[in-house]
Write a protein that binds this ligand. Structure first.
Ligand SMILES: NC(=O)c1ccc[n+]([C@@H]2O[C@H](COP(=O)([O-])OP(=O)(O)OC[C@H]3O[C@@H](n4cnc5c(N)ncnc54)[C@H](OP(=O)(O)O)[C@@H]3O)[C@@H](O)[C@H]2O)c1
Length: 260
């Protein structure tokens, strides 16, 4: 190993596609992955922010190339996947991270709020999975992580639509993992607690164990290299919610109502 090691890109750097890369967790992970020498294909709708991100990557060992995309547009997703494969010779890993949270108190329940979150958080991921699974099955290798949330573990207040979309993602990841490991595809789920991003900066409620976005990105980079199915953090908050997940309903509801 020489002193230039960190600055020399690996001979065949892995290609990773990240959706929702224009800000927040996706952006931080894109930078961390490029710093680790990877070729990052970065997608989101905001063209300017993606271009700025790509410019920023010129100092890093790896690289970031912008692929502007609305993941709710199924045909556009398919074209983007084809384009990344054509331009970079393949896709080795993907982090399907684009998503949003719309606060939805039960008294003002609307189908629209649920639909919007399901269309983005769940169907947006499905649009990406379809071409990725076809491609990676043909190749016999690949890693796909879906960014869900600890909020997908159990129903939480003011999050009926968000929680439903994220619970569905976790379930879907579990289901796909059972089948796709046989064809060499590693399906993972990322379940963050509260992370400091433009998304959570809108929240007006207390956010226990709020984590810095760079720390979250570091844990995701580490988790992507590991063998475990679930990448979850912060450790203590995840353990608490994991415990709540296993409680019988009466005790769970009593505790959640008490917590407000
Ligand atoms: N922050 C947290 O505490 C937390 C906790 C648990 C889970 N998560 C999950 O982590 C993911 C990222 O969260 P974040 O906090 O980083 O959110 P964020 O700051 O709002 O970033 C969301 C990203 O998704 C992109 N996006 C939104 N709609 C899109 C669309 N239709 N097509 C393509 N990209 C789209 C946004 O870019 P454009 O607007 O440019 O498209 C942005 O880059 C989400 O799935 C979220 O549910 C976050």
């Amino acid at each position: 190993m020489n002193s230039h090691h960190d600055l020399t890109p690996p001979a065949n750097p892995p290609v990773i596609w990240i959706t929702g890369a224009s800000q927040g967790i996706g952006e931080a992970v894109a930078i961390a992955m490029a710093r680790a020498g990877m070729v990052v294909a970065a997608s989101a709708r905001n063209v300017e922010r993606l271009a700025a991100l790509a410019n920023q990557s010129t100092d890093l060992t790896g690289s970031i190339a912008p692929y502007p995309l609305d993941v709710t547009d199924q045909a556009a997703v398919k074209m983007t996947v084809d384009k990344i494969i054509a331009q970079h010779g393949g896709i080795d890993q993907a982090i399907l991270n684009a998503g949003t949270y719309i606060p939805s108190p039960a008294t003002g329940f609307t189908s629209d709020a649920v639909r919007q979150q399901v269309e983005l958080n769940l169907m947006g991921v499905c649009h990406c999975l379809e071409p990725l699974i076809t491609y990676m099955t043909g190749r016999g290798k690949g890693t796909i992580a879906m960014n869900a949330s600890l909020a997908g573990y159990r129903g939480l207040p003011r999050a009926a639509g968000y929680g439903a979309s994220k619970a569905a993602l976790i379930n879907m990841a579990e289901s796909l993992n059972t089948e796709l490991s046989d064809v060499g595809i590693d399906i993972k789920v990322i379940n963050p607690g509260f992370v400091k991003t433009p998304l959570t900066s809108k929240n007006r409620f207390p956010m226990p164990f709020l984590m810095e976005v760079d720390k979250a990105a570091e844990l995701i980079v580490k988790g992507m290299k590991g063998r475990q199915f679930e990448i979850r953090f912060p450790r203590i908050f995840a353990a608490i919610l994991g415990l709540l997940r296993s409680l019988p309903y009466p005790l769970y509801f009593w505790l959640i109502r008490k917590a407000g």
